[in-house]
Design a protein around this ligand. Structure first.
Ligand SMILES: C[S@@+](CC[C@H](N)C(=O)[O-])C[C@H]1O[C@@H](n2cnc3c(N)ncnc32)[C@H](O)[C@@H]1O
Length: 226
């Protein structure tokens, strides 16, 4: 079935958040980085403007700027209402209020929309749905990232995760996934199963990050070719 924009809740994070979640350092600036499920994050625009080399992949990049802008407007009120009802599940130290959260997320998504058409022309936003095969040779990227997509939605199931991460590991020398809990902040059996699966052939590490907005969502999974 074709990918439906109506099934997506666009919500975009910033470069500062990506750096903190994925423990990216100034040395990573010269590496080739792929972001999977980057959606309307401003990471691609901010990082490329600062001289980094980021290519983002997401099925929503098959839609126009106007369609994406409309979908962002449609869901904003619903997401903010859910956040207001579940405030106790979040850590309000970096982002200190609902108003600030809305300003940060909308700022990131407006920046993404501003950059979207140029980024498309430059091949920085590529329409792609995991686990489909990517049009790249093996080891094309140094690092592959997944922020708030893989492992968060347990309903996608183990088969989907293994296929998606295997394809990421084919085109990337290393894959980093954040966070390692489900939407209710629980460590899932699925994450343990994914770790067990890849541990036999790859070097697998769990690293603590300084980033924690959703409570207990503060760990990063790193899977690297041995
Ligand atoms: C919660 S958003 C996260 C956006 C961004 N990574 C961030 O952290 O700000 C999840 C993203 O995953 C994308 N997505 C959904 N299914 C996907 C798939 N099969 N392959 C790649 N991305 C997918 C959605 O379109 C959406 O943009």
């Amino acid at each position: 079935m074709a990918f439906q924009l109506s099934s997506v809740v666009p919500w975009g994070r910033t470069m500062a958040e990506y750096r903190s979640m994925f423990l990216l350092t100034d040395e990573d600036k010269n590496k080739k980085i792929a972001g999977f499920g980057d959606g309307p994050a401003s990471f691609n625009h901010e990082a490329n403007a600062a001289g980094w080399h980021i290519t983002s992949f997401d099925p929503i990049y098959g839609f126009t700027k106007e369609q994406l802008a409309q979908r962002i407007e449609e869901v904003l009120g619903i997401v903010m209402q859910q956040m207001a009802e579940n405030m106790e599940n979040y850590v309000w130290t970096q982002i200190t209020s609902l108003d600030e959260l809305e300003a940060v997320r909308m700022g990131a998504m407006r920046e993404f929309l501003f950059d979207y058409e140029l980024g498309n022309q430059q091949g920085r936003y590529i329409c792609h749905e995991l686990p489909e095969k990517l049009p790249y040779p093996d080891a094309s990227f140094d690092i592959g990232l997944s922020s708030h997509f893989l492992l968060l939605y347990t309903a996608l199931g183990l088969g989907f995760y293994i296929a998606a991460i295997s394809e990421m590991l084919r085109v990337c020398k290393e894959v980093r996934i954040f966070p390692l809990c489900d939407l209710d902040s629980n460590a899932s059996q699925l994450t343990s199963d994914v770790i067990g699966h890849f541990s036999t052939e790859y070097e697998v590490q769990i690293r603590q990050t300084g980033y924690e907005f959703q409570k207990n969502a503060n760990k990063l999974l790193v899977i690297r070719r041995k």
